[in-house]
Design a protein around this ligand. Structure first.
Ligand code: TYM
Length: 319
């Protein structure tokens, strides 16, 4: 089964990216043919200057490798190093009704947040469809916010196939329910643009500071605390098995500890989870030539598949 996903290079990667997309990928690479890339063409829609985009792109690549993407098992590249995808993007535009794009939640949310409503932002889902369809992807592991984009990809592919024959493979999204939407420090979906994210790689002190900012209710110390609906509990439980969750619930109910204790505990959990990744990151940051080499190999392999696919697509439509 061919699995593909992408992640934008628009700032530091956070716990939402980690649980929603990166960790599932690291698990999936053990048993499936995996393709993943840094979506820098997509990031361009919200980028302000060249140096920042370049830096975010390489940072995201380093972080992804540090988390455990294994270049011996997974094809990993930077989106703009496989420009064939832009050719398919244009062709797919012809099969994309305006109404479909007008219904995109992500577009509406971004414009509501003040990102200028450019054509690139509007047609963002078509480029995402091209990413997916050019490599005959079967499964797309994503967080809940991206489900609609995968559904749109299917709609576009069905329209193409209806008119020109069964050329494109219809993909399905793969969403792990328990990590479908990771909350940020304010309880809304964690997102770079909501300013509520907990970044993956912070020094220990800043991480504790960030955890301390998590919004919780103001129950006085000595009274039992409600774990249900509590953001600290929701985030901590991502790291725990069932038995550990019950233990944490008991600590909440006992009334002996306050939110400050649980925020410290959460910091410990995050810090511990990422220990190995921090070491790998140190390594890659000191071996950037290795990172560039991995990305170049990945782009070469993905491009070979993509250009073969483009030949079929072009032949089918008369280009
Ligand atoms: P991006 O960069 O916004 O997010 C990358 C991945 O992280 C997931 N995610 C979350 N999951 C759970 N809870 C959260 N709070 C949270 N925040 C982010 C996202 O669902 C996503 O899986 N358009 C995509 C990138 C992309 C792509 C693709 C993905 C471009 N082409 C092709 C799949 C296939 C995006 O903006 O992801």
């Amino acid at each position: 089964m061919r699995v593909l996903t992408g992640i934008q290079a628009s700032g530091k990667l956070h716990l939402g990216n980690y649980f929603g997309a990166m960790k599932p990928m690291v698990e999936l690479q053990e048993h499936h043919e995996l393709f993943t890339f840094i979506a820098n063409y997509h990031s361009l829609t919200s980028s302000k200057d060249a140096d920042t985009l370049r830096q975010y792109t390489i940072d995201a690549a380093v972080d992804y490798l540090s988390i455990g993407i294994d270049p011996n098992k997974t094809t990993f590249w930077i989106q703009s190093h496989m420009p064939e995808v832009l050719e398919l993007y244009w062709i797919l535009s012809k099969f994309t009704p305006m109404g479909l794009l007008e219904r995109a939640h992500s577009y509406k949310d971004k414009v509501a947040k003040g990102i200028p409503a450019s054509h690139a932002l509007f047609s963002y889902p078509v480029l995402m469809a091209a990413d997916i369809l050019i490599l005959d992807t079967e499964k797309v592991p994503v967080g809940k916010d991206q489900i609609q984009h995968v559904e749109m990809t299917r709609d576009i592919a069905i329209k193409f196939n209806n008119e020109y024959g069964e050329i494109l493979t219809l993909p399905d999204h793969l969403v792990q329910e328990d990590v479908a939407t990771i909350p940020g420090i304010d309880g809304q979906k964690m997102s770079k643009s909501y300013n509520n994210a907990i970044d993956l790689f912070m020094d220990e002190k800043s991480l504790q500071k960030r955890c301390n900012k998590i919004v919780s209710s103001s129950t006085p110390l000595g009274e039992p605390l409600e774990y249900e609906g509590d953001n600290v509990y929701a985030l901590a439980s991502l790291f725990l098995n069932d038995e550990e969750k019950l233990e944490l619930q008991a600590r909440y109910k006992s009334g002996k500890e306050g939110y400050g204790h649980f925020k410290k505990y959460l910091k410990e959990l995050i810090w511990e989870e990422l220990g190995e990744a921090r070491e790998k990151r140190e390594y890659y940051l000191n071996h950037m030539d290795e990172v560039e080499d991995i990305l170049a190999q990945g782009a070469k392999k993905a491009s070979a598949i993509a250009s073969a696919k483009m030949e079929k697509v072009k032949a089918a439509i008369g280009l």
